[in-house]
Design a protein around this ligand. Structure first.
Ligand code: SF4
Length: 365
């Protein structure tokens, strides 16, 4: 059995760490690229969500590298995610890419089924070893997030654009290669130390933006056209509504780690959206309110075109904008999206925020 799974940002480091800890064979698909997207667009239904198309491309590329078993997350609720695995399996089968598929439904909804499917993956490994592997790979997710938050802080401040991202890439590799807690700690500590030493400008007026929206577009730089890097170049410090370790902790580990500070987004969303609408629609609203209360200068919602939960959130955001007095930009991405168009919109939005702030300062004098 040679396992694979689709990409979603840095998630591959965590899943690979887990599977390798259990001595299982794993093939990581090449990073998502135009070629991956082209494959997905060619074979997926036209109106499928963008993440499905790219996932499909990942799986075709992984099959070509020898993978024969897919691990996929399942989903519940009123959006298309719950159908992904089945649709992808059928398309791959029709194309002649034979795969075994192991779909892991969220454990908080179907615990028995989750354990049964997990057993199939772990083979002869003991449950004790599985728990150790989960703990270790979760620590990798925490390390990635720690480094990533530092990167988000430094990007708008670095003197030489790009320095932080060169270090970030290197640190991710060392976290990926870490085989023990000691080497993981070393990789994280050294990485943070190197980032600390990046020369920065201290006298800049930094704009703070909260990035909210659908999980895949938030976490996968190929799909969001590296929006965080582009914002960094514009002097913007980004904070996302969603980080890998928080998501793993709350969705897969049933809040095993009490250290993770989960924002009370359900409470914050309540006056505007009082029920689950699938995906991360409710988080989008809750975090929009939370970020505005924390003094952020603006919000950017990002989602795949036709993403139902985010369309629901989008329709509510004007009310949040009005009542919380915060500028909000919504960006939908699909296979036609290009970086030049994105950068133009970001520049206009950040320019607007800067001018508003200048006006406020002038009035306050
Ligand atoms: S959250 Fe949006 S993009 Fe993701 S599966 Fe649901 S509808 Fe599609």
């Amino acid at each position: 059995m040679i396992l694979t799974f689709p990409h979603m940002g840095n998630m591959y480091i965590v899943v690979k760490g887990l599977l390798e800890y259990l001595d299982l064979d794993v093939v990581i698909p090449p990073f998502s690229s135009q070629k991956t997207l082209n494959l997905g667009v060619k074979y997926a239904p036209e109106f499928a969500c963008l993440p499905l198309k790219i996932n499909l491309g990942n799986l075709i590329e992984a099959r070509q590298l020898g993978a024969d078993t897919i691990i996929m997350a399942g989903g519940v609720g009123p959006c298309r995610f719950g159908l992904y695995a089945q649709v992808e399996k059928e398309i791959l089968h029709e194309l002649g890419y034979e795969y075994d598929t192991l779909v892991l439904e969220p454990p908080d909804k179907h615990l028995g089924q989750f354990i049964m499917r997990l057993k199939k993956i772990i083979g002869t490994n003991s449950w004790r070893k599985v728990i150790e592997a989960i703990k270790f790979s979760y620590q990798k997710a925490c390390a990635i997030d720690l480094v990533e938050r530092k990167v988000q802080y430094l990007r708008p401040r670095e003197k030489r654009i790009g320095t932080v991202d060169i270090i970030y890439k290197h640190v991710l590799n060392t976290i990926d290669n870490a085989q023990s807690y000691i080497s993981l700690q070393e990789a994280t500590g050294l990485g943070l130390l190197k980032l600390e030493q990046v020369p920065v400008n201290d006298d800049l007026r930094i704009i703070k933006i909260g990035l909210i929206g659908e999980i895949y577009t938030l976490l996968e730089p190929f799909v969001n056209l590296e929006i965080e890097k582009e914002l960094g170049k514009l002097g913007v410090e980004v904070t996302r509504s969603l980080y890998l370790s928080e998501w793993i902790n709350s969705h897969l580990l049933m809040n095993y780690s009490k250290r993770e500070k989960v924002k009370p987004f359900v409470q914050l969303a309540k006056p505007y959206l009082n029920y689950f609408v699938g995906g991360h629609g409710r988080e989008t609203i809750g975090y929009a309110v939370g970020f505005s209360q924390e003094g952020f200068h603006g919000l950017i919602q990002i989602a795949p075109l036709t993403c139902m939960p985010e369309i629901v959130a989008h329709s509510i955001l004007p009310k949040v904008r009005e009542e919380c007095n915060i500028p909000i930009l919504t960006i939908y991405v699909d296979e036609q999206s290009g970086k030049a168009g994105l950068v133009t919109r970001l520049e206009a939005f950040i320019d607007l925020i800067r001018r508003q702030l200048e006006n406020q300062r002038r009035i306050a004098k």
